[in-house]
Design a protein around this ligand. Structure first.
Ligand code: NAD
Length: 480
C-alpha cells in the first residue's frame, strides 16, 4: 500500500491527526494507496510555512524563479514514465493518453509560465505633458489553488505554475480522488531544491482542507477548478473576505454540426470531443446538434464508430475508453442514463456498465453512450453528466440551434463545424461560451484567455490573464 504524504515547509509529512483516506485504482476497483485526511491544522501549518517563505520568494529575481520552475520542468521530464503511470492508475485514463496529453501539458505549464514571467510587463500612460502614470504589479502573498480529478497534474500545474512564477507562495490541494501525481510533484520540487514553504501541498477532503484554504484570512486569492456547486460554496466564503477569485467550473458544451462541414474531419474530432478521457473533460461537447439534412448520415457513422471503440484496461495501447474515475461517479453516470430513458430518450449504443475479465472485473467501465430523441431542455441536456454520454439532436436553422445551444446555465465552450465563414463568425459572437472552436476542438494556445461565462466560470486563466490574477496592480502618477 503506497502512502501519500503532505508536502509542507519543504518536507513530506503525515497529517497531524495521522488519519488517512483510501485511494482507489478505478481500472481494478480496488484500494491501492492512502492519502492524508488533513484538516485545518495542517492547512494552518502550511499557511505559516508559506508566510515565512513569502518575503524571500516575492523579492527574488525573475531569473531565480525562472530557474526554479525550469528545474521542475527537468524533474517532470526525468520522472515522465512514473508520472504518466501514476496518473493513469489513479484516474483510470488510458496510459497512452496520460503520456500524450496530461504529463506533457503539465510540463508545458511550468515551462510556459517560467518563460512568461520573463516577458511580463506593466503599462505606462502618459497624460499630455501633465504627468506620467506607470503601473507596477506585486505578488499577492500566499494564494490557494484547488483542483479536480479529471486532469489531475495538468490542471494542478496550470494554477500553481503562474502563481509561483508571479512570486506568490502557494497552499495547494489536489483532488482527494487523484492525489498521486501531486505527491510525485512534491518530490520533484524537493529534488529541484525549492525553498521550504514556497509550495505546500495539503491532501484531503474538500469540505475539510478545501474549506480551510478558502476561509483562511492569510490566503489572499483562490484559484479553483471543479464543479459549479463547489465553486458557489467557495465564492460564498471567499467573496465577503474580498479575496481574489478565479473559478473554472462545469460545462454542458454544444457541438454544432452543419452539412457544409468537412464530414470526415468533423466525425473523427467529434469522436474525441465526445469520449476523450471517458468524456470527463470540462470541454467535451456533450450536446451534439446536427443540421437536419445530414442527421441520419451523421448518426449512422457516429454510432458505427462508437461501437468499435475498445473499452479496456488503461495500460492496453488499443484502449480508447478506460475506466471512469470512481464507483460513485460511475453510478452517477449510470443514473443519468436511466433518467434519459425515463425522459423518453433512445439509447443508440452503450448505455451500460462494462465488466472486463480477470483482474479488471471490478473496474469502473461505462460503454460510450449515444442518446437520441430528447428535447434540448430536458434534464439530460441541461445538467452536467461528465462521462462518456452524449445526446444527438437535429436542427433546422441558425436561430433555432443558437437557442438550443444557449439554453443551459453553463457557458464554458462551444464547437461549430461549418465551411461558411460568415456563419461561423456570426454564430461565434452569439454563442454563450468563453471559448468557441470552429472546425476543431481542444486546440489550445496557452497564451489565450481560458474560462467560461454564466455558471461555468468567473475570471480567466492562461497567458497574461493568469499573471494578472496572481498579481495586484498599483498605479503611480508623477506630475511633470
Ligand atoms: P469538485 O468540485 O467536487 O472538486 C474539485 C476540488 O474542490 C477538489 O479538490 C475538492 O476536494 C475540492 N472541494 C470540494 N468541496 C470543497 C469545498 N467545500 N471547499 C473547497 N474545496 C472543495 O469537482 P470534481 O468532481 O473534482 O471535478 C469535476 C468538475 O470539475 C466538473 O464539474 C467539471 O466540469 C469541472 N471542471 C472544470 C474545468 C474548467 O476548466 N472549467 C476543468 C476541469 C474540470
Amino acid at each position: 500500500m503506497e502512502e501519500i504524504l503532505n508536502y509542507i515547509d519543504g518536507k513530506l509529512i503525515k497529517p497531524l491527526s495521522s488519519d488517512f483516506i483510501d485511494v482507489y485504482e478505478p481500472a481494478r476497483g480496488r484500494i491501492y494507496a492512502k492519502a492524508p485526511d488533513s484538516n485545518e491544522e495542517d492547512v494552518q501549518h502550511a499557511v505559516e510555512a508559506a508566510g515565512r517563505a513569502q518575503k524571500h520568494w516575492m523579492n527574488s529575481s525573475i531569473s531565480y524563479r525562472y530557474e526554479m520552475l525550469m528545474k521542475v520542468v527537468a524533474g517532470i521530464e526525468k520522472h515522465f514514465d512514473a508520472l504518466a503511470l501514476a496518473e493513469s492508475k489513479d484516474n483510470g485514463k488510458p496510459l497512452w493518453l496520460a503520456r500524450k496529453v496530461d504529463i506533457p501539458r503539465a510540463k508545458s505549464n511550468f515551462e510556459f509560465f517560467a518563460t512568461g514571467i520573463k516577458h511580463f510587463a506593466t503599462a505606462a500612460h502618459e497624460m499630455n505633458g501633465a504627468a506620467i502614470n506607470y503601473t507596477i504589479r506585486h505578488a499577492l502573498g500566499t494564494v490557494g489553488c484547488i483542483s479536480p480529478w479529471n486532469l489531475p497534474l495538468y490542471l494542478f500545474s496550470w494554477k500553481i505554475a503562474p502563481a509561483l512564477a508571479a512570486g506568490n507562495c502557494v497552499v495547494a490541494k489536489p483532488s482527494e480522488v487523484t492525489p498521486m501525481s501531486a505527491f510525485l510533484l512534491s518530490k520533484i520540487c524537493m529534488e529541484a531544491g525549492f525553498p521550504p514553504g514556497v509550495l505546500n501541498i495539503v491532501h484531503g477532503l474538500g469540505h475539510k482542507v478545501g474549506a480551510a484554504i478558502t476561509s483562511h484570512p492569510d490566503i489572499k486569492a483562490i484559484s479553483f477548478t471543479g464543479s459549479t456547486q463547489t465553486g458557489a460554496a467557495i465564492a460564498k466564503t471567499a467573496a465577503p473576505m474580498f479575496k481574489k477569485l478565479s473559478l473554472e467550473m462545469g460545462g454542458k458544451n454544444p457541438n454544432i454540426i452543419y452539412s457544409d462541414c468537412d464530414f470526415d474531419k468533423m466525425l473523427s474530432v467529434t469522436m474525441r470531443s465526445s469520449f476523450a478521457n471517458q468524456g470527463q473533460i470540462c470541454l467535451c461537447g456533450s450536446r451534439i446538434f446536427i443540421e437536419a439534412p445530414i442527421y441520419e448520415k451523421f448518426k449512422d457513422a457516429f454510432v458505427e464508430r462508437t461501437k468499435k471503440m475498445k473499452i479496456g484496461p488503461p495500460d492496453d495501447d488499443a484502449t480508447k475508453v478506460g475506466a471512469v474515475v470512481s464507483l460513485e461517479h460511475m453510478n452517477k453516470i449510470l443514473s443519468y442514463i436511466e433518467l434519459a430513458k425515463e425522459e423518453g430518450g433512445t439509447i443508440l449504443c452503450g448505455g451500460h456498465r462494462v465488466e472486463l475479465n480477470g483482474e479488471f472485473e471490478n473496474g469502473y467501465y461505462v460503454a460510450p453512450t449515444i442518446i437520441e430523441g430528447l428535447s434540448h431542455d430536458c434534464r439530460i441536456n441541461q445538467e452536467e453528466i461528465f462521462g462518456p454520454v452524449v445526446t444527438i439532436m437535429p436542427f433546422e436553422n441558425e436561430d433555432e440551434v443558437l437557442r438550443y445551444a444557449n439554453s443551459t446555465d453553463y457557458g464554458l465552450s462551444a464547437t461549430l463545424w461549418t465551411s461558411n465563414l460568415q456563419r461561423s463568425q456570426r454564430m461565434a459572437a452569439k454563442l454563450d461560451a468563453g471559448i468557441v472552436w470552429i472546425n476543431t476542438w481542444l486546440l489550445r494556445d496557452l497564451r489565450t484567455p481560458f474560462g467560461g461565462v454564466k455558471d461555468s466560470g468567473v475570471g480567466r486563466e492562461g497567458g497574461w490573464d493568469a499573471l494578472h490574477f496572481f498579481t495586484e496592480p498599483k498605479n503611480i502618477c508623477i506630475a511633470y
